[in-house]
Design a binder for this molecule. Structure first.
Ligand code: HAM
Length: 424
């Protein structure tokens, strides 16, 4: 027997019955993002691998363990599938000189991302994100933080995500981060041997990550001395301004002093939104500020950039949005012919319907009237258009309303107008 194939581990097919849910998410996201002045951008799904290494941090889990490199027989080496969107958007922003065109560029994107994770519920190797990035010389206002957070909560509300909870923190400026990192390392030195294996590595390479370790022992150590990150006055003032703007916008949030995020590029505001019903992978979205990334990726040294964004995991949104809100795909007409020799006529009818904007299909199958009606039902057709013996002879067609079962026979020449009228 020939080998059969299965979908790769950690990926899945999105089958036709689920497509209306995805389309609804995407169209709501487009509409809402546009209403806040964000414009769609589409970048390639793979990039120079060094773009990710330089932006996400060589020691971050995403780069260290999860980059899916593209291996090719020829010169196409040095690429990786994108694990997230921010690095690509910053690359494109700089490459296309958006900084010379406008003081603030507002982008959104929707598409697949790839991480070589150990798959589990809500954690996949190919998943999809709706992301938003605001970048520019005018990008350093606390009101932009508030706008971004208002937008993310607005999206989650429209998606009917159950029990969304927004947690925010500030990591301070680049200088704050360096200073805090030294302080943390000093404090953790006393407990180094008690930290879990992962945190021993984090201690060496990215000590901030110890703060959000889920291991109970590590948590206890963290709780014993980190109530708040010791930010500079300027950074603290900025964070307070963000909180004030959020309160004014009526956004509920919780301050999470141990929230640090897994990607290295963040400074100042970071955030995460969790939702109910997701189990251990309960973050539906996350984001933060990342001005330093513009410098790291070759931005103009004399320009002071501000940048902030977020990404929502679409699979997790669907898991957290309770019952399906969208019905299955329907079709206006299902064309049925009772004899094979009537197929030329039914094929002509299908073309005429489609040319006139009426969606129509058939199974090209023939068979008993009962089984053909079953097929029309399965296709979620609103009307069945039947060409039987009598109809073929008289050049007519019978039109059956699939929900009321009412049926009438009409002249084939007038069918388009009649259908347009019925579908109004
Ligand atoms: P992230 O936290 O790595 O951030 O991912 C954002 C969201 O994508 C997560 O909260 C989760 O819902 C979803 N997600 C991540 N990994 C997986 C996975 N393996 N399977 C299923 N869903 C997943 C970023 O990607 C940043 N680029 C966000 C950002 C934008 N920061 C600034 N701008």
């Amino acid at each position: 027997m020939n080998k059969t194939f299965a979908v790769p581990r950690g990926t899945s097919d999105i089958l036709p019955d689920a497509i209306p849910l995805w389309e609804a998410l995407e169209s709501k996201a487009r509409k809402i993002c546009k209403s806040y002045g964000y414009r769609e951008i589409r970048t390639p799904i793979y990039e120079d691998i060094n773009l990710f290494k330089r932006s996400l941090g060589a020691t971050s889990d995403v780069v260290h363990k999860q980059l899916l490199e593209m291996v090719s027989s020829k010169e196409e080496e040095g690429y990786a599938l994108r694990p997230e969107g921010t690095a690509s958007i910053v690359r494109s922003y700089l490459e296309n000189s958006f900084d010379k065109k406008e003081p603030l560029s507002k982008f959104f994107y929707i598409g697949p991302m790839f991480r070589g994770e150990r798959p589990q519920k809500g954690r996949l190797r190919q998943f999809h994100q709706i992301g938003v990035e605001a970048i520019g010389t005018d990008g350093a206002s606390p009101f932009l933080d508030a706008e971004i957070l208002t937008l993310v909560m607005h999206l989650l509300q429209e998606f009917h995500v159950q029990g969304p909870k927004l947690k925010i923190n500030s990591l301070g400026s680049k200088e704050d981060k360096e200073r805090i990192s030294l302080w943390l390392r000093k404090e953790f030195t006393k407990h180094k041997n008690e930290l879990c294996e992962d945190c021993q590595r984090r201690y060496e390479h990215n000590v901030f990550r110890v703060l959000d370790c889920k291991n109970e022992k590590c948590r206890k150590i963290v709780d014993s001395f980190v109530q708040d990150l010791p930010l500079s006055d300027i950074s603290r003032g900025y964070f307070e301004a963000v909180q004030k703007a959020l309160k004014e916008a009526g956004i509920n949030f919780e301050i999470a002093p141990h929230l640090v995020r897994g990607l290295d590029y963040y400074t100042h505001t970071v955030f995460e939104i969790t939702a109910e019903g997701l189990g251990s992978q309960d973050a539906v979205g996350a984001g933060g500020r990342y001005a330093g990334l513009l410098d790291d990726l070759g931005g103009n040294e004399k320009t002071e950039y501000g940048a902030i964004g977020f990404a929502l995991g679409m699979e997790r949104i669907l898991l957290a949005s309770g019952k399906a809100q969208e019905g299955p795909q329907t079709i206006d007409a299902f064309v049925i012919e009772t004899q094979a020799e009537y197929q030329f006529r039914s094929f002509q009818l299908l073309s005429d319907l489609r040319k006139n904007g009426i969606s129509a299909t058939t199974n090209f199958s023939g068979g008993s009237m009962k089984s053909l009606m079953n097929q029309a039902n399965k296709a979620n057709a609103r009307f069945a258009l039947i060409i039987g013996d009598q109809e073929f002879k008289d050049e007519t067609v019978s039109v059956k309303n699939m929900s009321t079962s009412q049926q009438e026979t009409v002249a084939l020449s007038g069918i388009i107008e009649i259908m347009k009228d019925k579908l109004k």
